[in-house]
Design a protein around this ligand. Structure first.
Ligand code: ZN
Length: 352
């Protein structure tokens, strides 16, 4: 129903009064509903939990650092083998392969999309003929449209579905898709693409350059580093674990992992695999030794969310404590995301 101008003014005035009232009574309301203070959990880790501000995080171990980026250029190129290169600004990584008549690009993270043509131009004046998407996430391919031209775009069929749903002009739809494996033969070069299920999100593929013994798999292993929060937002935690083991089965010397300041080695994959095994054991044994409801105010016994929120907290605390001595100095960013990893592991062990 249309509102008359005067009535609308009154309505606005009333709303403004309500807002003012809400603002002026907010502190009182919050106090009235404040949770009763309780001593913190026993054995709180020295690693600050989420929501607690940290003055100085743990130092990044030397082993996690990579070659410096020339600040004037803003990116660096690394040769991976015959005609194969990585481009990075030391946070995101893309790859390109120069063949007889053009260039195959793998991924176009927005942070380095402008650098990719410059990096290619340092090596060749050939055009981009093919673009491969590792997966659908915009932080890895959101610079695709800005590369220009009309390359053949290759991706997994699940990636195509996700991109059709996203309807994002920055991420043009693939023109070639596959289900299990796809071999891209260009000139004297060969790239083998394969799909091993949902490890990070559906459609995340392995891109293997056999002649260069280079494997690109994005958002699974983080060389030298703790993985991004919540097991790199894995949509399927058991699948994520399987992907790390699958990477080991390839005959590679260099891993392009999509992130961090350097490429990876087999030792990096072994290290992450070892960490994940320890994480699973730590969360599993904490689950086994923790009882629901211990220390909870009996008035909350009918509040299932409170009982399990408290249980989850105590499991995660044990998990963080168990992992800290061995891992806090070995993986960069351990202190930043270990609470998340323990939390995700605990939930996966309970439901997957
Ligand atoms: Zn991703």
């Amino acid at each position: 129903m249309p509102t008359a101008p005067l009535a609308r003014t009154r309505l606005l005035a009333t709303c403004a009064t309500m807002v003012l009232l809400a603002v002026s009574t907010a502190p009182l309301t919050r106090q009235a509903h404040a949770q009763a203070p309780a001593p913190s959990y026993e054995n709180m880790p020295g690693i600050a939990p989420p929501g607690v501000r940290v003055g100085k995080y743990l130092d990044v171990p030397e082993a996690a650092k990579g070659p410096a980026v020339d600040p004037a250029k803003g990116y660096r190129i690394q040769m991976l083998g015959r005609d194969l290169y990585m481009v990075t600004e030391n946070v995101y990584q893309a790859m390109f392969l120069v063949h007889e008549t053009g260039v195959v690009v793998v991924d176009a993270p927005p942070t380095i999309a402008a650098a990719i043509p410059k990096a290619i131009a340092e090596v060749t004046d050939k055009p981009i003929t093919h673009l491969i998407y590792s997966h659908s996430h915009t932080d890895h391919i959101g610079g695709a449209a800005s590369l220009g031209g009309r390359p053949i775009i290759i991706a997994h069929e699940e990636t195509r579905k996700l991109l059709a749903r996203a309807n994002d002009p920055k991420r043009p739809l693939p023109t070639v898709t596959f289900a299990d494996t796809y071999v891209l033969s260009v000139g004297s070069h060969r790239l083998e693409l394969s799909y091993h299920g949902n490890g990070h999100e559906p459609g995340n593929i392995f891109i293997y350059a056999p002649a260069q013994k280079t494997l690109m798999v994005v958002d699974i292993v983080f060389p030298g580093w703790m993985m991004w929060r919540h097991l790199a937002i894995a949509q399927d935690v058991p699948g994520y674990f399987e992907h790390v083991e699958k990477i080991k089965s390839f005959d590679f010397d260099t891993l392009v992992a999509g992130h961090v300041a350097r490429t990876g080695t087999r030792a990096d994959v072994e290290l992450q695999s070892e960490f994940l095994k320890d994480l699973k054991i730590a969360a599993g044994s904490a689950l086994g030794s923790t009882k629901v409801g211990e220390g909870v105010d009996p008035r909350d016994f009918s509040n299932a969310w409170a009982l399990f929120g408290n249980f989850h907290d105590r499991v995660v605390i044990q998990c963080v404590n168990a992992l800290t001595p061995k891992w806090s100095g070995r993986l960069a960013g351990f202190d930043v995301f270990i609470w998340d990893q323990c939390s995700t592991m605990e939930q996966s062990l309970r439901v997957d």
